[in-house]
Design a protein around this ligand. Sequence first.
Ligand code: PGA
Length: 245
Amino acid sequence: MKKLIVGNWKMHLGSAEVVDLAEHIHVESNSPDVVICPPFPYLQLVGGVILDSMIMLGAQDCHSAESGAHTGDVSASMLSDVGCEYVIIGHSERRQGHHETSYMISDKAVTATNHDLKVIICVGETEAEYEEGSTERVIRAQLEESIPEGLSAYNMSIAYEPVWAIGTGRTPEMKEIQHVHAFIRKELAGLCANGDLVRILYGGSVNAKNAKSILSIPNVGGVLVGGASLKAEDFNKIIEAGEEE
Ligand code: PGA
């Protein structure tokens, strides 16, 4: 299966810059699957730029309700309507900054997949949890509570993002990533259909230099990239690193 490379642009860039960035991302037939996730106001704009390319459009979050009085929120049907194929849910910046619980994330996953969006469910331990050796316990609970019944490899990927590795330039050792991804693979067997085929992405300080070795770790099915996805040159190198051999 192709690797999945996701660029999470977070709350960065303006209208001219998102167009320029999207125009400079190169995806060819032997490239991995590539998804870019601009801020909500630019989804349609960027969608227009990538319309005739193989780059797919994703969003950074959605609400669990179909519609209604939720000031400032965006529904899954709106995302589908503007051409999104993917949505990131449960990013640690939402879990922490917006107090999102795993149960809320599970509800979002249900609504998103009902609208034919593929969900990228994020999990990961904090630095304190890492230090005290609780990584597996934390991730097991996040997986059990965040994955609703009925999802499969077709409409779900998991992103393992240690919170302490996001935007810090620090990454776990390769053998630690390998260990956690193998653990997630094992857990998925009991939580969804085709757990062995679910793409498990690594995220947290992925860059043009380390992408190749991270992508070669067993059970790493792709990467979720923040900072390095904001520069076309770097992001293109990461895409190249995920090409099929
Ligand atoms: P980073 O962010 O690549 O800047 O560490 C990753 C993420 O938050 O998804």
